[in-house]
Structure formats: C-alpha cells, structure tokens
Write a protein that binds this ligand. Structure first.
Ligand code: ATP
Ligand code: MG
Length: 176
C-alpha cells in the first residue's frame, strides 16, 4: 500500500449524467495503482445507511449529511473516497466540503435531453408519466455547482476521456 493522502472526490449531477460510471472507472484505475479506495454510491447507500429516507428536500439533505460523516472518517484515515450521489442542493454540498476538508467537487454535467435518452434505470420515463414524484430534473430541482474543481461534460466526452480528466486533476492537486 502507498502512503497516501486521503481525499473525497464528490461526484454530483443529474440522474444518468454518469456519476456512477465515471466514479467506478476512476476507482478501478486507482486500485490498479495500489491506492486504498472506497466507493459510496447512491443506489447502495440508500438500501443500507439511509434506507429510512425518502426524496423530500429534508430527506435528501439528511442523506447527504450521513454520507458526509462517513466520507469524513474515511478521508481523515487516508482513503481515496469516491462518492456518487445526485446531491442536488448547493448548501449541503458546501457543508460536505467544509466538513471533509480534502474535497474535490466533480460536476458531472450532461444535458437533460441526453440524460432522458440514456434513462439507464427507466426512471425518467416513470417520472414523466407521474409515477415517481420528486424526481431530479423532472419534478425536483438540481442546483448546479458554481465553482467545481472538475467539470465533466459527459454528453460531449467519452467515459474514458471523462475518467482521464478526473485522474489528471487528482494528480495536479497532489492527491495521487
Ligand atoms: N462521458 C461519459 N461519462 C459517463 N458516462 C457516460 C459517458 N458517456 C456515456 N455514458 C453512459 O451514461 C450512463 C450513465 O449512467 P450512470 O448510472 O453512471 O449515471 P448516474 O449519474 O450514476 O445516475 P443515477 O443518479 O441514476 O445513479 C452509463 O450508461 C454510461 O456508460
Ligand atoms: Mg449512479
């Protein structure tokens, strides 16, 4: 194992923007290079740590507060933490930044149109039909990051390009 500086790369963006895809690929590359890595992903965390929560603004923020706590513990113990949550509200992302310290905000930007076309889990279709309430991008807000460390445009780049840009920035920041 390498002597490594802990950090959290916080992926935020619309559903289907590519948070999970890029974070997984970055994780693979870091593991190959011998880094200690932990992934915190929305789909898994919402079935475990925060399974009691829904999608109101209050519950979404509570979701992120708990994840922030876990990411903070891991970061201060030298782990490369990659989180992938919609995390639509600016204020709680700012709180995560403050709490965690070594924080790299990755805005996974993608037009709503392309996200809807991808519709990996069929959720946009359900949301548009009104079968899912409070769906980000359709019936719930997404507050774009104003000054993220990394801006990915996944409707214009390949997965590999997006991944490489994250790796490059983590290297430039001295984390890897
Ligand atoms: N440059 C790119 N970066 C990331 N994903 C891309 C890119 N180009 C195409 N894709 C594809 O877009 C899809 C994004 O789905 P993914 O599950 O990663 O989204 P997500 O942001 O995690 O959504 P959710 O919020 O629902 O979890 C994947 O099928 C991925 O292969
Ligand atoms: Mg995901």
């Amino acid at each position: 194992m390498k002597d490594q500086k802990g950090f959290t790369a916080w992926f935020t963006g619309l559903p289907c923007s590519g948070k999970t895809a890029v974070a997984n690929r970055v994780a693979e590359l870091l593991i190959e290079r011998g880094f200690k890595v932990e992934r915190l992903d929305g789909d898994i965390v919402r079935q475990s740590l925060t399974r009691d929560l829904g999608f109101s603004k209050e519950d979404r923020n509570e979701n992120i507060r708990r994840i922030t706590f876990v990411a903070k513990l891991l970061t201060r113990n030298g782990v490369a933490v990659l989180t992938s949550f919609i995390s639509p509200y600016r204020e709680v992302r700012a709180n995560a930044r403050e709490e965690i310290g070594n924080f790299v905000e990755v805005y996974v930007k993608c037009s709503l149109e392309v996200c809807k076309q991808r519709d990996v889990k069929g959720m946009y279709e359900k949301a548009i039909k009104g079968e899912i309430k409070e769906f980000t991008g359709v019936s719930d807000p997404y507050e774009e990051p104003l000054d993220p460390e990394i801006l990915l445009e996944t409707d214009k780049e390949t997965l590999e390009e997006s991944t490489n840009r994250v790796i490059k920035k983590l290297s430039d920041l001295g984390y890897i």
